[in-house]
Design a protein around this ligand. Sequence first.
Ligand code: NAG
Ligand code: NAG
Ligand code: MG
Length: 255
Amino acid sequence: MKFIFFFLLISIAAKSDLIPNQIHPLHPKSGSSGSHVPQINCLSWRLAVETNNIQDWTSVPLQCEDYVGHYMLGKQYRDDCYNIVAAAIQYAKSLKIGKDGKNVWVFDIDETTLSNLPYYARSDVAFGSIKYNDTAFDEWTREGKAPTVPAALFLYNTLLSMGIKPVFISGTKEEFRQIRITNLNKVGYHSWIRLILKGVNDTGSSMKYKSRKRAELVKDGYRIVGNIGDQWSDLLGDYVGQRTFKLPDPMYYIA
Ligand SMILES: *[C@@H]1O[C@H](CO)[C@@H](O)[C@H](O)[C@H]1NC(C)=O
Ligand SMILES: *[C@@H]1O[C@H](CO)[C@@H](O)[C@H](O)[C@H]1NC(C)=O
Ligand SMILES: [Mg+2]
């Protein structure tokens, strides 16, 4: 893990060497700092991650694991989610919603409508994908105990009351369909026009997969008026929707 992060920094440094006419650092590097772990400002790191300035990261920097844990479990994460949802609702209220039933809002599931925080907070897992383990994560999914992201449930209920229909597009495997439906129902989601899960033939990146599924919606005559997810790959690509909303997720990155 230390190695991966160090490698990341080295590759950033290597890339910046390629920039011509680079301004020289004010403090020349002292020659002897080879094994020194550089300090990192975790709030700056999180901001860069959320704004998609840092991409393709494979794990939370070691020095920021505690920071990310406190952020996710604390008030700031909830406040950030509610602030985003307030903007989404304000936007939705500005729309002229026709009565043809074709206006849809795309929701991602993991870390958007359902939270895997109890899983990531387990002492043997740690925050970030550092110790990410497919088998263990599937076991957690199978438990069907994921709580809601309260702000997203509020958005979901508000949109339903306005006549905007929810569509779920998730990277969850098709084999978990019944478990996920039960889990969604249990925490308050019980109405949607489509629940799209990843079939065995849905290969390729998440961004491409979700783009294909949104294209099918549009082909079937739906208007995607909004789209909310915790990953940039939920919100970039084709047919992303009239507006997209990015929820925070400094725990992992999915391309
Ligand atoms: C992944 O999780 C499974 C189930 O909890 C466990 O048996 C396995 O040892 C774990 N693998 C690693 C590499 O930690
Ligand atoms: C996946 O693709 C294979 C080969 O084309 C096909 O036989 C199978 O029915 C597909 N499975 C699903 C669930 O679509
Ligand atoms: Mg997600």
